[in-house]
Design a protein around this ligand. Structure first.
Ligand code: PAF
Length: 287
């Protein structure tokens, strides 16, 4: 039986657990999550274990109210802590930090927050105003609480990953960001805690997102126009998918690429499938 991780719900408690590990000479890795863990999340733990087999691996499980807008799924976001802890035991996490909202925001919120800037107001930020300010504020707090050597962020949330890397750089946060590849279900659907909202028919429709990204990538040598046409043709064929955006951004700036651009890009897509908003992306070289 793998050892069960220690589960801590106070800031003082996780700081004490981390201090204990540091006193033993262990490095510390943080895997920030909102829980409802799936194989994608577990791959974060496996990755940091590979990087530092002796690391004290802390997984935070916190559904952060600051990153949900009015009418979004904060209330119904799945909370499955017992199940999460069992999964984390199986991959050898050392500690689970699962604070209450009152522990993280004793005054009910934060007066001083991180501002995600212009990039934070595009794409996901345009669809979900304030989302990235809220997410970055929670990430900054978790980094200050746990003070890890490294922290993992999934490529599935490409814009969040870009913004976290920018925050770490712009604010000189002493942490190494470890990027984790997207984990997909057998048909190609990117793993997400929100996939559990999908009916069987919606799951089938949702496969159009990864198909559109594959079609886009297959035209990478032909340039941006061909990439967009190929992706849009796939998405248009699937009536169950209401596209929010499909765009190709410069991987360095996260700005949409101009005509004739050559270099590393991220094709990003967001769509509503039934009542569920899904995002996905693919990284490739254009031109
Ligand atoms: O990606 C997530 O699960 C969340 O945005 C994060 C990074 C845990 C911050 O709340």
């Amino acid at each position: 039986m793998p050892a069960r991780p220690v589960v801590v719900d106070t800031i003082a408690g996780i700081r004490a657990a981390v201090a204990g590990a540091r006193a033993e000479g262990r490095g510390v890795a943080l895997v920030p999550t909102m829980g409802a863990l799936h194989a994608g999340h577990l791959s974060h733990v496996e990755r940091v274990r590979d990087l530092d087999p002796a690391a004290f691996v802390v997984v935070s499980v916190f559904v952060n109210p600051l990153q949900f807008g009015a009418g979004e799924d904060f209330e119904r976001y799945p909370r499955t802590l017992d199940d999460d802890v069992a999964k984390l035991a199986a991959v050898g996490a050392d500690a689970v930090f699962a604070p209450s909202v009152a522990e993280m925001y004793p005054d009910g919120g934060a007066v001083v927050t991180v501002h995600a800037g212009a990039v934070g107001a595009t794409f996901e930020g345009a669809a979900r105003p304030g989302h990235f300010d809220g997410a970055l504020t929670a990430v900054a707090k978790l980094l200050h609480i746990v003070a890890p050597d490294s922290a993992t962020f999934g490529r599935k949330d490409a814009q969040q990953l870009w913004l976290v890397e920018r925050m770490v750089r712009d604010l000189d946060l002493p942490v190494r960001v470890v990027e984790i590849p997207i984990v997909r279900e057998p048909g190609g659907l990117a793993m997400s805690s929100r996939n559990r909202y999908l009916s069987a028919a919606e799951r089938d429709s949702a496969l159009a997102l990864s198909r559109a990204l594959a079609a886009a990538e297959s035209e990478a040598d032909a340039g941006i126009d061909a990439v967009l046409i190929a992706a849009q043709a796939v998405l248009a064929e699937e009536p169950g998918v209401e596209v929010g955006y499909f765009a190709v951004v410069d991987a360095t700036t996260f700005a949409p690429v101009p005509d004739g651009f050559r270099g590393p890009v991220i094709a990003i897509v967001a769509a509503r499938v039934g009542a569920t908003r899904l995002i996905d992306n693919a990284r490739f070289r254009l031109g």
